[in-house]
Design a protein around this ligand. Structure first.
Ligand code: SAM
Length: 273
């Protein structure tokens, strides 16, 4: 009986998200692994649509990296592998890390289907340097990933770990949803740039200053949620300075100049010197 129960529990935790009775109270850095369950991960690529994302983001990240002579990149939020594969195909030396084994497995499979063997490493950002013992010219943390950290200590710890893995003149590229606009004016994204899948509806279900709970509806009727921390732009910029990054530029939907509440996404390019 116990075996049946424990295998049921395993099945449920692998395939179903669990937010309990009070989903708006789940504000926990650890919870991301339970959110990226296998069934959601399998659908993630419908949400991001690689071809359209490729087209809309153009060469922005590649140019940022190349213009600074970057050769070796650590992708700390590999997800299903979109940027790792893109950078490999553009000639960069890439190590692909993520804390979710389900995401890494999918990334490995996606890369293999495109003829690449990913150097995949399972690592939580808060203890990145326990597993990663190399130095990099750049760290990327993209696709609104940093938002999964729910308290300031975890954010400082993760940024310090990224910083430590960078060469002396290295850079970090980290993006986020424009939560200032969502918190101050409400949500009106056409999810044009990042999550380019047309068939998936991604929208906030609940927002306050400590939680952005998003719902993702798929054409087969299934729905999933992510509970995230709504990072304000100036707050994140301050943290980046405080952990030691000297130069910091923030782009709005890949543009250098933008009105505060217009872009869907903000991209921070932070340099060590
Ligand atoms: N970068 C990918 C993209 O743009 O499609 C994936 C983005 S997905 C929103 C966020 C990723 O961050 C997930 O793969 C998740 O497992 C990872 N993640 C969240 N918190 C993490 C942590 N504390 N340590 C390591 N990875 C984490």
């Amino acid at each position: 009986m116990q075996n049946v129960e424990s295998s049921n529990a395993y099945y449920l935790s692998k395939f179903n998200q669990s937010f309990g009775d009070k989903p708006n109270e789940v504000r926990d850095t650890e919870h991301y692994k339970d959110e990226y369950v296998t069934t959601f991960v399998e659908k993630w690529d419908q949400l991001i649509d690689w071809d359209r994302r490729w087209e809309t983001e153009g060469n922005f990240f590649i140019e940022q990296l190349r213009s600074r002579g970057v050769k070796k990149v650590l992708d700390v939020a590999t997800g299903t592998g979109f940027h790792s594969v893109r950078l490999l195909e553009s000639g960069f030396d890439v190590v692909s890390a993520d804390g979710s084994p389900a995401m890494l497995a999918k990334a490995f499979e996606n890369a293999k289907a495109r003829g690449h063997i990913l150097r995949a490493v399972q690592a939580d950002w808060r203890w990145l340097n326990r597993t990663i013992h190399e130095q990099f010219d750049a760290v990327i943390c993209l696709g609104n990933s940093f938002t999964h950290l729910f308290n300031e200590r975890d954010r400082r710890k993760a940024l310090a770990e990224y910083y430590a893995t960078l060469n002396h003149d290295g850079l970090l590229i980290l993006d986020q949803r424009n939560y200032d606009s969502i918190l101050d004016e409400g949500y009106n994204s056409k999810h044009k740039y990042y999550y380019c899948g047309e068939t998936v509806v991604a929208e906030p279900e609940y927002i306050d200053s400590g939680l952005a709970r998003f719902r993702y509806f798929f054409p087969d009727g299934s729905q999933y949620h992510l509970n995230m921390f709504p990072l304000r732009k100036q707050y994140l910029r301050r943290l980046l300075h405080e952990v030691g990054f000297q130069q910091l530029e923030t782009f709005g939907d890949f543009q250098e100049t933008f009105k505060a509440n217009e872009p869907d996404f903000l991209i921070h390019v932070a340099e060590k010197e």
